[in-house]
Write a protein that binds this ligand. Structure first.
Ligand code: ADP
Ligand code: MG
Length: 368
């Protein structure tokens, strides 16, 4: 869980902080909380997965594996969330996914990319770089220090109004077909995959792609992402001394053992109440598409959490988003979910719903 600081606007208009994190991985949400909320919360305190909600209905405590309060640095989030381990697992050949979810304006894009991708001022200070840039650096460092060569490539897609678009392809956006095959599962046809060897090159791909991403301004966030974005790094590793099979060639069966891992970053478009964001016309069509796909995702997560690892039908086909995330959610992947929340009293009900969503997501198990 990541709680962002109150913004200037929120402070100026007198919003109260209703989210408090305790040092033991719990989040306390209280509409009525006085500064000494610890005592008042005592009868409720319990480490969940399920939240304990008091009679006041807006007073709840949730337990999570890691909670980052407003003061936590980007580095603390990278080191404390397990992101570094996820990068290492991707190098070891696992499919790893990290996704950020939460209300519009709650800090998803900031957590993943820092302020860089949203502003016109080019260089953000290294201290505020997000999980993505830190992972890229870690990946490239590891590739130099390990005794294997890593071949790295990236693809970057967005799902906008239920259409899959390639963010790395120059020119006007065009929709790509999403297909399914027995061997590959769901995949996007004709998506571009670009090889890279340096930190500058991947940072540049990220910047180019995120500038193509569909954003609109509304009352909750001036640069609100209106699409779900998925950046996938493909990591192919081979023991040093053997040449790497180029992506276009079929690997030789007799070739030296190679591992293929992926590291996928998912920046979900935020959930929103249409009336709070002042969306109308085209914006409300976007909002409805976003909300529908998030609902489909929530539904899949609920069913996966309930199934407890048993085989059940999961309706991945309900949205493009759930199709693309099928492997990360229920398959053989390892997934880190970062729930972003605002501490403001005005966001209370959305914050509670994100925390409930996150509690359910915590119970999903995969089989890496
Ligand atoms: P989202 O992607 O969830 O819609 P953003 O990441 O765009 O939200 O964040 C909304 C605003 O809050 C941005 O101006 C961003 O710079 C700021 N912000 C978010 N998280 C933090 C944080 N941890 N520290 C400082 N500013 C933040
Ligand atoms: Mg965003």
């Amino acid at each position: 869980i990541r709680v962002r600081p109150l913004t200037c606007t929120e402070t100026q208009r007198g919003d109260r902080r209703v989210v408090h994190s305790l040092s033991d991985g719990t989040v306390h949400v209280s509409a009525t909380s006085p500064p000494g909320f610890r005592g008042a919360a005592a009868p409720l305190s319990c480490c969940c997965p399920h939240a304990q909600v008091s009679a006041a209905r807006h007073d709840a405590i949730f337990g999570f594996s890691a909670v980052f309060d407003a003061g936590a640095s980007q580095e603390a989030v990278f080191e404390g969330s397990g992101m570094r381990q996820l990068v290492e697992l991707a190098i070891d050949g696992f499919s790893c996914t990290v996704f950020a979810f939460g209300q519009t304006g709650s800090g998803k894009t900031y957590t993943l990319m820092g302020p860089l991708a949203q502003s016109d001022t080019p260089a953000a200070s290294p201290g505020v770089l997000g999980l993505m840039q830190r992972s890229f650096a870690c990946l490239l460092e590891q590739s130099q220090s390990r005794s294997s060569d890593l071949a790295l490539s990236a693809s970057y897609l967005e799902i906008y109004n239920e259409q899959v678009r390639d963010l790395l392809r120059p020119g006007p956006p065009c929709a790509l077909p999403l297909r399914w095959s027995k061997t590959r599962g769901f995949y996007v046809e004709n998506q571009l995959s670009v090889d890279f060897e340096s930190l500058e090159a991947i940072a540049d791909l990220l910047l180019q792609g995120s500038q193509r991403r569909r954003t609109s301004a509304h009352t909750l966030n001036r640069h609100s992402s209106r699409s779900h974005a998925l950046l996938t790094i493909h990591v192919r590793s081979r023991t040093r001394g053997h040449s790497i099979t180029p992506p276009t060639q079929v690997p030789q069966p007799s070739a030296c053992p190679s591992k293929q891992g992926t590291l996928c970053f998912v920046d979900l478009a935020g959930s929103e109440r249409v009336k709070e964001t002042g969306s109308s016309g085209e914006l409300s069509v976007e909002a409805n598409n976003i909300n529908r796909s998030l609902l489909a995702l929530g539904h899949c997560i609920s069913l996966l959490a309930k199934s407890g690892g048993k085989r059940t039908h999961i309706p991945y086909r309900d949205s493009k988003l759930t199709r693309l995330l099928a492997r990360s959610l229920g398959g053989s992947g390892i997934t880190l979910m970062v729930a972003c929340i605002s501490p403001s009293s005005r966001c209370l009900s959305e914050t509670l719903s994100t925390l409930h969503y996150a509690s359910r997501a915590r119970r999903v198990t995969t089989r890496p």
